[in-house]
Design a protein around this ligand. Structure first.
Ligand SMILES: [Zn+2]
Length: 271
């Protein structure tokens, strides 16, 4: 059996429920779980490393509100709670550029605590997994998140950004040439880049996913809901690729699509 986790990043208070519905109905209808890495208290002035505004801040947010709590979008919260196929992972706190690349342990703890409180206050179950904005982790942030979550999902791991005590386990992972490893009871997952992205050629996207999934026991497929809605309008062609991916994932007899919580409960023997 092979496993796939679908991780969609950047759901936040400005995300219209209708966008997620348009993207993920074919997944929910086939009982394929969708893991939403959700920003608890999004910065409405969030900017990318190149200075351009982040496209995940949707519509025209009120400039008088520098941050918006996920629970403020009642329609979105109700929609996510009505559809049990969605699973919420904590995606940072406010999605500042380098928020979990920081070495400031006090600030990191504060962001983890406040983020968790705000997700709980919105009515979500306690997340099993943590995803750092831009997949950027300092050693201190990795140590703190691994102590709190059953799963940490990121792009890749590199020695110089790991806590010292993790080095022997990391050497074992390197020797075994596995994509995923663990520290204590926490699963540490890497992913093969964003295969479902508008920055990749559409003709080969599904084939690339097919090949990647076939080559390893567990694949984390990462995508971003807002990439399917440039300037607020649906990119039907790209959405069709996502929907064909759902069809492919559901149609493979030896493949199971799982949630982060399945891994955290050790219900899946994935390496
Ligand atoms: Zn993000």
């Amino acid at each position: 059996m092979r496993y796939v986790i679908l991780r969609d990043d950047d759901t936040n208070a400005t995300t219209p429920a209708g966008c997620l519905e348009q993207l993920y109905r074919p997944f929910l209808a086939r009982h394929l779980p969708v893991n939403l890495a959700t920003i608890p208290h999004v910065r409405t002035d969030a900017r990318r490393a190149d200075g351009r505004p982040e496209e995940f801040v949707f519509g025209r947010p009120d400039p008088a509100k520098p941050r918006v709590w996920i629970g403020a979008n009642r329609e979105l919260v109700a929609y996510l709670q009505e559809n049990s196929g969605y699973e919420i992972a904590q995606h940072g706190y406010d999605h500042s550029l380098d928020e979990f690349g920081s070495r400031d342990t006090r600030d990191l703890k504060r962001r983890l605590d406040k983020g968790a409180q705000l997700l709980a206050a919105a009515g979500f179950a306690r997340p099993s997994a943590f995803v750092a904005p831009y997949d950027r982790f300092s050693a201190a942030a990795l140590r703190l998140t691994a102590a709190r979550f059953g799963v940490v999902s990121t792009g890749w791991f590199e020695l110089r950004r790991l806590p010292l005590g993790w080095w022997p386990a990391y050497a074992g992972k390197k020797l075994a040439a596995t994509a995923h490893w663990r520290i204590g009871a926490t699963r540490l997952l890497s992913h093969p880049g964003c295969l479902l992205s508008r920055f990749r050629p559409r003709e080969s996207m599904l084939e690339n996913i097919r090949r990647t999934v076939a080559a390893q026991p567990l694949t984390v497929l990462v995508t971003h809901w807002w990439e399917y809605f440039p300037d607020g309008r649906p990119d039907e062609e790209f959405i069709a690729v996502l929907h064909r991916t759902a069809e492919f994932l559901a149609g493979e007899p030896d493949l199971r699509v799982i949630g982060f919580s399945d891994l955290a409960r050790h219900a899946v023997p994935a390496r």
